[in-house]
Design a protein around this ligand. Structure first.
Ligand code: TRP
Length: 470
């Protein structure tokens, strides 16, 4: 049980699912949830939906449709934990605890917020015109979603990777400030499905609501599916003329549903002159063969919304059985404890310092100078980049000594930054000061070892900063 990887992802409840969502997100996520070694958490991110939409009827309808869609497509609520974000009050509660340790400067850098600011500036508006705090704090709510369940892997699209990195930053900061030697939060990793192709829409661009080029998944039934397929743009080659599948999005959509053999057969027929109209009929037949049984389940679920409601409430109970005791620990960690639980002496509690961490400097055969930071037990925590002079090494080690580990989490142009990185050698991290890349740690065999070493480094810098052994 404990060997299973905890995988968690949220689905924002705005809009109605289309074929691109099904191929790109729903189908692969459900397949993944069936693997024996995953412990999957799926939830409807309905608090996130409120950030983007102030139409109550649309929010309500979308929650129903999206819940029904995932279940109809085969999500098994007995096997995964399937719930609504807004049914788990521990999520907004954790959001506040995290908000209190999140640097404002970190949120300033969020792509979604920056894009909104840029759009304002481009039309001569005030930078923050029309921007709600919900949009600004969006990444913190998302961090709470993930960290509350200590998810290890978070399947998301590329546009969400920055949010996962922010969740890691916030988690590391909380661990550092309140952990007292213990890591409350696992640092999550984004999991990007590289193989899953993005489905083209009617006009060949990526299928997306914002391009108005979607094919509905269930809405409108088989008739709407057929209708949309008829509107797929093709070239103007007449029946009988040979047709190329290269660049044909009709063919790309067909391939997302067909076996390799079926796809090859359609390609051969098109080359032999099959009319586009007939190809569209074949596409409809193939897609509908997969979707018709799911659509039937979908319609049954929508009709029995009371049962759906019960399934989701049941999922929330499962989620809260994990979340509530964990949140109690987190509340205690920050000092929200029963009044009877006071420390024996109300004096300043010293953080357990990593005693005896030290810098060593050396010169390489090529004439460059380096420093290493060693933990008390001699483990190498950092190896610097090459420097031209021993003075540069002395200056930088003094800066690091003075700043202490906490500085690694103070975001801003003048500060230290510790960044996890992935490269061919494995999992590593880098230490930057403003625009200077100072040192690297690793590579390590696993992300867990890397993350643990990063925590150890922060503790060692703290010890040095507090006048510990240098
Ligand atoms: N922001 C995500 C999106 O728009 C949805 C989401 C909310 C999410 N909370 C999450 C995804 C937590 C993964 C984990 O796609």
């Amino acid at each position: 049980m404990s060997q299973r990887t905890r995988v968690l992802t949220g689905i924002t409840t705005t809009g109605t699912p289309h074929l691109g969502n099904y191929v790109g997100a729903i189908r692969p996520a459900i397949a993944m949830s069936r693997a024996a070694d995953t412990d999957a958490f799926f939830f409807l991110a309905d608090y996130h939906a409120l950030i983007k939409c102030d139409e109550p009827e649309r929010i309500a309808r979308s929650r129903l449709e999206i819940a029904a869609t995932w279940l109809a497509c085969g999500l098994d609520p007995a096997r995964v934990t399937f719930y609504r974000q807004s049914d788990v009050p521990e999520i907004p509660e954790l959001t506040w605890l995290l908000t209190c340790v999140t640097a404002k400067g970190l949120m300033n850098r969020a792509h979604a917020y920056k894009a909104a600011v840029d759009a304002n500036l481009a039309v001569g508006e005030d930078a923050d015109a029309g921007i709600a705090m919900g949009l600004y704090s969006y990444p913190i709510l998302m961090a709470a979603d993930i960290l509350l369940f200590n998810a290890q892997r978070v399947p998301v699209g590329r546009d969400q990777v920055q949010h996962i990195e922010m969740a890691r930053d916030v988690a590391a900061r909380f661990n550092h400030v309140f952990g007292a030697g213990r890591s409350y939060f696992v640092l999550p990793e984004a999991a990007i499905e590289e193989q899953v192709a993005t489905l083209p829409g009617l006009d060949g661009r990526k299928m997306s609501k914002s391009y108005d080029n979607t094919i509905p998944l269930f809405a409108g039934g088989a008739a709407a599916l057929k209708d949309a397929i008829a509107r797929i743009v093709t070239d103007s080659r007449a029946p009988g003329e040979p047709k190329d599948t290269e660049g044909s999005h009709l063919y790309a959509i067909y391939r997302a549903f067909a076996t390799a053999g079926e796809s090859a057969a359609l390609a051969a027929d098109l080359r032999a002159g099959l009319a586009w109209g007939e190809a569209k009929q074949r596409l409809f037949a193939r897609v509908d063969a997969e979707l018709a049984p799911l659509r039937e389940r979908y319609e049954a679920l929508i009709a029995k919304s009371g049962e759906l409601e019960d399934i989701l409430l049941d999922g929330a109970r499962k989620a809260r059985a994990i979340a509530a005791p964990f949140l109690a620990e987190l509340r205690a960690a920050v000092g929200l404890r029963p009044l009877t639980a006071q420390p024996a002496t109300a004096g300043a509690k010293k953080k357990p310092a990593a005693r005896g961490a030290r810098f060593v400097t050396f010169r390489e055969k090529d004439g460059h100078f380096h420093f290493r930071l060693l933990a008390a037990d001699g483990e190498e925590l950092l190896l610097s980049v090459p420097f031209d002079s021993p003075k540069a090494v002395a200056d930088w080690t003094r800066v690091l000594q003075k700043s202490g580990g906490a500085a690694a989490f103070v975001w801003g142009p003048q500060s230290l930054q510790l960044r996890a990185i992935e490269h061919v050698g494995g999992h590593a991290f880098e230490l930057w000061y403003a625009r200077e890349r100072l040192a690297e740690g690793g590579p390590y065999a696993s992300a867990e070892v890397r993350d643990a070493t990063m925590q150890k480094l922060v503790a060692a810098l703290d010890a040095l900063g507090e006048g510990g052994t240098a």
